[in-house]
Write a protein that binds this ligand. Structure first.
Ligand code: IPM
Ligand code: MG
Length: 367
């Protein structure tokens, strides 16, 4: 089969990690007799520099014609002026919104041989394996009003946390369905002791649990408690479902469990393809940022992007075999002891972004 992939390198280490993601993806495709056509667009800071625009309409239109979108990362100090009218981050947020990609899936799995490379005690993280389902088109990120105003007594700023029943239902459904295919445990994370949006969220979750998913063990925990439990006993989590901002923060925290944020992939999906059965457009990116401090040094870890390419095969292309090949290749290379510097222990030799991509592509080809 033939597939069209829109590739958005972004900024900083984005182009370096994406190059390895594309190479591994192509290797898997080739082995299985598929053809991938790649179209590249500049977004984020690179988009601002080239077109004065972090996300052009052309890019959104191209995305709609594609089977999947592979993204590096956006942002950097160069575009960080808080007064700037355009910001690199608008590219990612704009794509999520324009394509209604409301379900951001972030699987967090600790590789056994990396246990000791984590900042968290190995005993705490052993066997941790969860999926965080983060709502990604609502909440504080998009709620109106959102502005800074001048008042006689100084400036005031407002962000609005808004969730409709429909928005809550559809993301909870994704959480319940994924839990159904795993260990049948769903933890809904909110701040219902303080926030109205969370009280509505909890209400709907409880109702859906009773009526539609009686076989799923549903529990509710407050986001502050969740941040403790993620470090103290992450094994207890199977699927976590939560709103946009909480999910942003908790998944960075969860990244610590896996030794490096550089290991974590993500898939951002819309309604029809959240169950893997109905392949449709999705956006795939590592959860790390653009890491401008190490851009161009060859130190970036491409594994988050490569694992995102596996999710891409699974959710947008309907190629579970390709996904398995990529996942197995990554596991093997890690088990064999190859490390980029972010996951190497003190004194352990580390390899470059490209060398890591090479090794994983070779495994995809030979396993
Ligand atoms: C993420 C990132 C984005 C977010 C930024 C780049 C807008 O941190 O995907 O987690 O906050 O959603
Ligand atoms: Mg984030």
């Amino acid at each position: 089969m033939e597939f069209n992939i829109l590739v958005l390198d972004g900024d900083g280490i984005g182009p370096e990690v994406v190059a390895q993601g594309v190479r591994v993806l192509s290797t898997a495709g080739k082995r299985l007799g598929h053809r991938f056509n790649y179209t590249y667009h500049a977004i984020g800071g690179a988009g601002i520099d080239t077109y004065g625009n972090p996300l052009r309409n052309e890019t959104i239109e191209e995305a709609k014609k594609s089977n999947a979108i592979l993204v590096g990362a956006v942002g950097g100090p160069k575009w960080d002026d808080p007064k700037a009218a355009v910001r690199p981050e608008q590219a990612i947020l704009g794509l999520r919104k324009a394509l209604d990609l409301f379900a951001n899936l972030r699987p967090v799995k600790v590789f056994p041989s990396l246990k000791s490379a984590s900042a968290v005690k190995p005993a705490n993280i052993a066997k941790a394996d969860m999926v965080v389902v983060r709502e990604s088109t609502g909440g504080l990120y998009f709620g109106e009003p959102k502005q800074i105003t001048e008042t006689p007594s100084g400036r005031t700023a407002v962000d609005s946390m808004v969730y409709s029943e429909e928005e809550i239902r559809r993301i909870l459904k994704v959480g319940f369905e994924i839990a159904k295919s795993r260990r049948k445990k769903l933890t809904s994370v909110d701040k219902a002791n303080v926030l109205a949006t969370s009280r509505l969220w909890r209400d709907i979750a409880t109702e859906m649990g009773h009526r539609e998913y009686p076989d799923i063990a549903l529990d509710h925990i407050l986001v502050d408690t969740a941040s403790i439990l993620l470090i103290k006993n992450p094994r207890q989590f199977d699927v976590i479902v939560t709103e946009n901002t909480f999910g942003d923060i908790l998944t960075d925290e969860a990244g610590v469990l896996t030794a490096s944020l550089g290991m974590l992939p993500s898939a951002t999906l819309s309604g029809s393809n959240t169950d893997k059965q109905n392949s449709s457009l999705g956006l795939y990116e590592p959860i790390h940022g653009s890491a401008p401090d190490i851009a161009g040094t060859g130190k970036a870890n491409p594994i988050g992007t490569i694992l995102s390419a596996a999710l891409l095969c699974d959710y947008s292309l309907g190629l579970p075999k390709a996904a398995k090949m990529i996942n197995r290749a990554v596991e093997t290379v890690i088990r064999e002891g190859h490390r980029t510097s972010d996951i190497a222990r003190l004194g352990q030799t580390s390899i470059s972004t490209e060398e890591m991509g090479d090794l994983i592509a070779q495994k995809v080809d030979s396993l």
